[in-house]
Design a protein around this ligand. Sequence first.
Ligand SMILES: [Zn+2]
Length: 108
Amino acid sequence: MINNTIMSSTTRWVPKWTIISIELEDGKKIEACYDEITKLYACPYCTPICKKGGIPEQGSYFFNKEDLKEHIKAHSFNYWIKSKKEEEEEEEEEKIKGTEEEEEEGEE
Ligand SMILES: [Zn+2]
């Protein structure tokens, strides 16, 4: 029954996010999102918009907390390597975005 609601073509998935606190193995606590509609946990790094109650276009979702924890562990492990690698790519993206944003600045 839940699936029918989500798959309906007229209604988009409207998540009902609950902010939950997850304690990692090293004692660190992080906030993640749990959707009461789909019963899925969302990664706060891949899907930061969920904390604001938004509808994510993409992200990482998990059926249980343990899977989410494993995923978050991988995030902190890869963080330094990733941020170094992504620096170059992001620079190019910013140039494109910058042009678009300049046009919108006229609005008040
Ligand atoms: Zn993630």
